[in-house]
Design a protein around this ligand. Sequence first.
Ligand SMILES: [Mg+2]
Length: 367
Amino acid sequence: MKITRVTLWRVPLTSHETYYMAAGKACATIETVVVRLDCDSGLSGWGEVCPIPHYLPAYARGVEPAIEEMAPVLLGADPIGPEALMTRLDAHLQGHPYAKSAIDIALWDLTAKAAELPLYRLLGGRQAEDLPLYHSITCVEPEVMAEIAQEARGTGIKQFQVKLGADKDWQADVARLRLVREAVGSGPLVYGDWNCGAKRLEATRVGRAVADLDIMLEQPCATLEDCASVRAATGLPMKIDENAHDTESLLKAHALGCMDAVALKLSKFGGLSALRRARDLCLHLGAKLCIEDTWGSDICTAAALHLAAATPPDAVLNVCDLSGYVSPRLDPAAPVRKNGRIAPPDGLGLGVAPELDALGEPCRVFD
Ligand SMILES: [Mg+2]
């Protein structure tokens, strides 16, 4: 089997509500890039990447030239067993994991379709029927955030990510964590996420002010060293997100003692091949895993769900239904939330395929 055509589409994804985060960051409309790899056998594989520019050193319009650079290696290549071709792409073009993520996902879709299996069967076998979701709460007034949390709790959600730091008022952040904790009652997981936007001082003040509560902190500061200081000063468990992007960063976070949990995001690591290796390392290191992507619609979401369903359930903290936060849906038949949980698609390969009407005209075709 050979790849004969690479087609790209750009689709603006609009959040149902704008997400406000620390350091003036917000997420409203972001462009996602959808990739289709067509093969001479008639099979096609789908990939997607939606880099948030202020979130990782990548931008959606950078995907196209990176894929143009890789197209000569892709065209005519055998897609089966994605790691072999990904190794060739790494030799051809260093870095650019976000652009490679979309290609790698499409290669796994093709490989699983050729094997006539749902993708989770190739990534570790189905170990969970469905997976727990977290709900991310935009950083607004503390009382409003508590209401959003209570509403999500009513739909079965048991894990709440409280965005912090948008107004640079550490005492408001304390109120956000206290009110959300109170609103959802004891038991559910509540964690405060600064998206790197805090200094050690304010993150430590907030953490110490809520240290009597069952709270986890997420990526308060921009470096692992600063996150580790906050972890040590507050005694609160910590999730690492922005700083986790390769093997070295995972080993460093573990050595610094600040990686109780970690976000494994497809576009930061470079797709399913790289994320599967990261997952296996984290299983060894004993960190709880949030398996997801930076942003995106049904293809990114499905890819992450297949890997999460093929991971021992006691190691999975949660997953994210990214496609539920934005419109349009690329595949209206793709999985949705059910009682705070979500299951991977059951069809062959990724088990999702975008509707061509939702994609519009392709922006590039390489053949
Ligand atoms: Mg985060």
